[in-house]
Design a protein around this ligand. Structure first.
Ligand SMILES: Cc1cc2nc3c(=O)[nH]c(=O)nc-3n(C[C@H](O)[C@H](O)[C@H](O)COP(=O)(O)OP(=O)(O)OC[C@H]3O[C@@H](n4cnc5c(N)ncnc54)[C@H](O)[C@@H]3O)c2cc1C
Length: 262
């Protein structure tokens, strides 16, 4: 079984702070990490590899040269192969152009049974790339996957809803987008780290590898443009209530009612 996991390197948004004076984002020193949902997606793929002998897991990313570190991490967790889509032609793409490039790379890879993506990336936050890749490839997709079983080419998938889940029967080839319930990501092993540097090779593919027109990727292919970005206004100062528990409760209820929150 051939499994592809789309992984994105993202800034750790938990570490991004706002400069209280300038009101701008402080990006210096912010570490880059494997996008959390993608780590869950990779875990879903690696769990298949644990269960069945014939599973090959390839991780695929499109990103700048430093994304290699994240691919090594995925290899050290247990992925078999890694492909890095890299080149200035891809820069500045919105989700349409990003998914075009990734789908073209998957087409070049040829056969696949399951493609995993994360539900969403914590920086762009659109949750569009996974579904768009499936559209480009013309295959089925199920989003918000919390669990699944596979028997031959048939899958029984639990898709999370706000108040429960639904069970969907589907067939490969298919794209699944993962949420955290799909699996707690495993740690890298020491041997895995060693092998990821010494034994495993990351294939770097540029635009010329893909066999598509250059009006399909990058900024000029993007139907959307970020016109302006700005930091949200900080919220007003908090209010400390005083008095007995009874008095504070009353004040709290009045304040919440005034704001139409209850
Ligand atoms: C309107 C708009 C304009 C933009 N313009 C620019 C721009 O000018 N310059 C710029 O640098 N960026 C731009 N971006 C950001 C860029 O589009 C996103 O980084 C990229 O398309 C991925 O979207 P996302 O982060 O929302 O991912 P999501 O759709 O939230 O990601 C879902 C899943 O798709 C997969 N995935 C997403 N991206 C990748 C990737 N690169 N490689 C492998 N797998 C991936 C992962 O599995 C991920 O979990 C723009 C975004 C928008 C919405």
């Amino acid at each position: 079984m051939k499994v592809i996991v789309c992984v994105k390197q993202v800034p750790d948004t938990n570490e991004v702070k706002i400069d209280p004076v300038k009101g701008t984002l402080i990006r210096e020193g912010v570490p880059s990490i494997l996008n959390p949902d993608d780590a869950n997606a990779l875990e879903g793929a690696l769990a298949l590899k644990d269960k069945y002998d014939d599973v090959n897991v390839t991780v695929l990313t499109m990103g700048p040269p430093q994304a290699e570190d994240m691919l090594r991490e995925c290899l050290a967790m247990g992925a078999d192969d890694a492909i890095h889509l890299s080149g200035r032609e891809f820069a500045g793409g919105d989700t349409w152009a990003t998914s075009n490039a990734i789908a073209a790379a998957i087409n070049k890879m040829g056969d696949y049974d399951i493609i995993f993506a994360g539900r969403q990336a914590i920086d762009g936050d659109t949750a569009q790339v996974g579904p768009q890749i499936a559209e480009r490839l013309g295959i089925s997709q199920v989003t918000y996957v919390q669990n699944f079983e596979i028997d031959g080419n048939e899958l029984k998938i639990q898709r999370q809803l706000e108040d429960g889940y639904e069970v969907i029967n589907a067939k490969t080839p298919i794209l699944l987008t993962a949420i955290k319930e799909l699996g707690e990501p495993r740690y890298m092993t020491v041997k895995g780290i060693y092998d990821s540097f010494r034994e495993k090779e990351i294939k770097v593919w540029g635009f010329d590898h893909l066999g598509i027109e250059n009006d399909q990727v990058g900024l000029k292919a993007s139907p959307t443009r970020v016109h302006k970005s700005f930091v949200p206004q900080p919220k007003g100062q908090g209010v400390m209530l005083e008095g007995s528990v009874q008095e504070m409760t009353e004040k709290l209820v009045v304040a919440l009612k005034q704001k139409h929150l209850i």
